[in-house]
Write a protein that binds this ligand. Structure first.
Ligand SMILES: [Fe+2]
Ligand SMILES: [Fe+2]
Length: 177
């Protein structure tokens, strides 16, 4: 858990920061799971018997066997979770934080740009997943793309926690109402 005892911190602000960390940690776990699933599918399509066995194992974890239905659905849920969180940040949290601490402006500008980049990458990934059943040669590109998304998202979450937490812990519920 990132540091929370910054000057001016109050219990409500600390709780707001903790809520953000909980969402981010869930996003990190979902990203790992998504990447694991994409890797299992790509390996399973182009791989040997052992790779196909790993794909079956991954599918069993979802209690289903049809990756052509499971993977697009999982991807859509993950994209919607990420996009929903970023929409709230762009519309509510960032403006409040920037008002409280105008020095955050360049940090917030970068974070908003990263939200835009993540949407583009996730849209491309969704498109590849839709096309994969008819074009298995897309597999390696998909693996590279999911790796790129994972790296960008991980760096984004860490940057956000590092630079926004000192101001976030000074807010109260009334500030974000
Ligand atoms: Fe964000
Ligand atoms: Fe966030």
């Amino acid at each position: 858990m990132p540091q929370l005892d910054f000057p001016g911190a109050n219990p409500q602000g600390v709780e707001l920061a903790q809520r953000l960390f909980v969402i981010h940690d869930q996003m990190r776990r979902d990203m790992d799971e998504f990447r694991r699933l994409v890797t299992a599918v790509v390996d399973g399509i182009g791989g040997d018997a052992a790779a196909r066995g790993r794909l079956q194992g991954a599918m069993d974890a979802f209690r289903q066997r049809d990756w052509q239905r499971i993977l697009p659905r999982y991807c859509a849920q993950f994209c919607s979770f990420v996009h929903g969180h970023h929409t709230v940040e762009d519309a509510s949290m960032f403006p409040v934080l920037q008002k409280r601490n105008p020095d955050l402006a360049p940090r917030i500008k970068q974070l908003v740009e990263e939200h835009g980049r993540l949407v583009e990458h996730l849209d491309q990934l969704q498109q590849m997943i839709r096309l994969l059943p008819g074009d298995p040669s897309l597999g390696p590109k998909m693996l590279a793309k999911v790796g790129e998304v994972a790296e960008l998202l991980s760096a984004h979450l860490e940057y956000e926690e590092t630079h926004l937490t000192p101001t976030l812990v000074r807010l109260t519920y009334a500030d974000i109402a």
